[in-house]
Design a protein. Structure first.
Lengths: 110, 110
DNA sequence: CAACTATATAACTAATCGGTAATTTAATGT
DNA sequence: ACATTAAATTACCGATTAGTTATATAGTTG
C-alpha cells in the first residue's frame, strides 16, 4: 500500500465500492469480450434498461468505461483495463481460501 | 477475469464491497505496520470502539484479518496479504487517471 | 413534421449500511 | 466475590443505494 493520506484512501475506497456490485461486475464481464450497446447488455444480463443505464453511467463517471455514439446506439467499452487485474487478484485470493478450507477437510479425514 | 459464474461473481463483488469503505481501509493501513489490539486501532483511527469492533469483525468474517487473544486484549493481524496488492493496483490506476487529467490541463495551456 | 427506437434521467420504494449509545461478555487483579 | 478493563453485541437512526416505473431526450426514418 503506497502513501494513503485520507483523500487517496477515500478515492481507493470509492473505486472498490464501485466494483462491489454484482451487476456492475456482470457488465464488466460482458464488456471484456468487446464493446456492446445498452440493449445488448440488457439482453446479456437480463436486467432492466434503466438499471443498466444507471450502472453504466456510474462506471463512466469513475473512468472505468468509455462510450462511443453511433446513430441511435451508444457503445460502451473498457477504459481502465486494470479492473480485470483486480478481479483476477480477488479470484485468486478466493480460490486460495477455498483451497485452505478443502485442506482442513482432508486433514480432518486423515 | 477468470471464469465467473454467478456465484463467484457474487463472491468477488462481496470482497470489493468489504474493501469499499474508508474506515476499513484505514484499519488495514494501520495493520500493515503490524498487529494491533482494538484500543490501539481506536486511538490510531479516532473512531469509536464499537465502530472499530464491528469493522474488524466484518474483516475477520471475510478472511481478510486474523485474531489472537492475549489476556484482556485481542490482537488483529492481516490474514490475506493480497489486499495490499489490490490497493496498490487501485492506487496506480488512480495515479494514471490523475496524470491524464494533468496532461489535459497542460495541453490546454499549450 | 410525425412516428419510432435507443438511451438517459427523475421520482419513488425497499433494503442495506455506517455510526453511536448502551449493554453484555470475558479476562484480570484485589 | 467485587471492581476494573477490553472487546463484542444489540438496538437504533440517518444516509445511501439498487431496482423499478414513468418520463424526457436524442437520433433516425418515412
Amino acid at each position: 500500500m503506497p502513501k494513503l493520506n485520507d483523500q487517496t484512501l477515500e478515492h481507493v475506497a470509492q473505486r472498490f465500492k464501485v466494483l462491489g456490485e454484482p451487476m456492475r461486475l456482470r457488465l464488466l464481464a460482458c464488456l471484456q469480450k468487446g464493446e456492446y450497446c445498452v440493449q445488448d447488455l440488457v439482453e446479456l444480463t437480463g436486467a432492466g434498461q434503466a438499471n443498466v443505464s444507471k450502472h453504466l453511467s456510474l462506471l463512466i463517471s469513475h473512468g472505468i468505461l468509455g462510450r462511443r455514439k453511433e446513430g441511435l446506439h451508444v457503445y460502451y467499452f473498457i477504459a481502465d483495463e486494470s479492473v480485470y487485474n483486480l478481479c483476477d487478484l480477488v479470484c485468486e485470493s478466493i480460490a486460495n481460501k477455498a483451497e485452505g478450507v478443502q485442506r482442513l477437510f482432508s486433514d480432518a479425514r486423515a
